[in-house]
Design a protein around this ligand. Sequence first.
Ligand SMILES: [Zn+2]
Length: 218
Amino acid sequence: MARTLTHLLARNVAWARGKVAAHPDYFRNMAEAQRPKYLWIGCSDSRVTANDILGLEPGEVFVHRNLGNIVHTSDLNVLSVLEFAIDQLKVRHLIVCGHYGCGGVRRAMSGARGALSDHWLQPLSMLHRKHKCRLEALFGDERSQFDRMCEINVGMQVRRLAATPIVEDAWARGQELHLHGWVYAVHDGLLRDIGPHLSSAVERDALPSIDDDTAIER
Ligand SMILES: [Zn+2]
């Protein structure tokens, strides 16, 4: 078995040469600074790659990914990315992007426990447990319930993001910051803008809680 990933390194060389062939200053310009307008918080799923989906070049989107695109408000990883994106890079848009067919959401719905990932997904499994009966009543088949949970997960994470002191402080000092909730469909390659959209603490406070029964309805 190969001990070095020479095939990947060869692909890298081909990629870099292709960029330079099309734009001789590509990497010279890239090395100066990054000026992304967007922070993407998405799932680690190998099919959901921010730059490819958005058709953006390196330098155009700041990215944080984890299992199930969860925003834990005590997670130093997501918080430091968030703070850097807002305070240093001055991004204008925070995008939480979930996806249909998410293994993290499926795991949270399964009631499984014991693995580290179950601790990570705990807020989502609690939310599913709370809404399970209503979810089954509104969305008959399991596939529809699964799809809807992938969407509800996005709603929960946008709310959690909006509740962080980092986002609150940005709004309080008048910094322009828009939060978006999207879902990506692996089967057609398209994004769905499902919301919520939040641009101020007032809008956030007017939003029904994700624990409300109405949050389950489409
Ligand atoms: Zn996923």
